[in-house]
Design a protein around this ligand. Sequence first.
Ligand code: FNR
Ligand code: LAC
Length: 358
Amino acid sequence: MPAADPINCADYERLAEELLEPGAHGYFAGGAGDERTLRDNVEAFRRWRLVPRVLVDVSQVSTATTVLGTEISLPVVVAPVAFQRMANEGGEPAMARAAAGAGTVMCLSTIATSRPSEVAAAAPGGHRWMQLYCFKDREVTEAIVAEAVESGFEAIALTVDAPWIGPRERDLRSGFQVPAEIDVPAVAAATGSDGPVSVTDVFDLIDPSLDWDDLARLVESYEIPIILKGVAAADDAERAAECGVAGIIVSNHGGRQLDSAIATIDAVGDVADAAGDRVEVFLDGGVRRGTDVVTALARGARAVLVGRPALWGLAARGEDGARHVLEILRSETALALALCGCPTPADVRGKHVMSIVR
Ligand code: FNR
Ligand code: LAC
């Protein structure tokens, strides 16, 4: 009997688990330590309930919005996820085409298996952000930024929640490595070697001394806006806004770094209050349904990012699968907006959500 067609993100998650080699699946699916934060990112959405408004004309509902002035057709952006050719041979170029086809932004990881210029060439009409790890080797870091700017990437998403590697126990047990046949250009540039790459090798390259003074300098020196990725606290959001960042991504790296870190949906409200109108606030971690997207908007996010859902789509069915996941999230978001009495994402307010934890 043929497998039933996937109709939601969970179906794609199961398909990906069946198809991926166990070590790669453990790397993609896993989190830090006891994986409390990994689970809690998803479960915390269940502690919030939508409070619909009725008798609003929802004969026309649009999921379109803007992020940093760029129009996107749904408030869901593709999060940076490393090593995408390990999920599917199409890799990051296929993900870029899926995002462009769905009318949204793709954020490319520094630890990608294709160069920024190749990804740009694969989806020329698409919008892209470049995720940046500041390597100890600043020349290599600057070369990555220069290639991204040259290739038309529109913002730098500087990841700051991973100065040390989180305890990825699944990878420790499996000995996960990216085989030498799969290029990881940024790592090769920094190490001068084309050998197999482990996650520890990657984190050895990252500069753990990066601080607020560095951020202020980067904001000054880069030609494109900086989005700070990996913020959980309101006072950090305040400081980021003072440094002149254009955006903040409330993120705990998908539960892969500090285990026991606060779930992002629980953190985003205070961050959005601190950021006010100065900085656009985004959230990632645990978004699996259109109702999660609307909950995040109600708590103050302008849009969300999805990491694993898009990746499961890519792993299961390449570009078409990643695109289908985004289309599923679009139609679920449209339905949740309609049933909340919100014809557009901009109509979603704090009053549309309530915590059930008292
Ligand atoms: C990530 N994430 C990540 N973040 C980043 O800034 N640079 C990176 O290279 C990676 N790599 C990476 C690999 C894998 C396998 C995962 C699952 C995640 C974190 C990612 O951008 C995002 O914060 C989370 O994935 C969001 O959580 P969900 O959507 O996966 O629940
Ligand atoms: C990870 C890195 C590469 O989470 O960001 O595996």
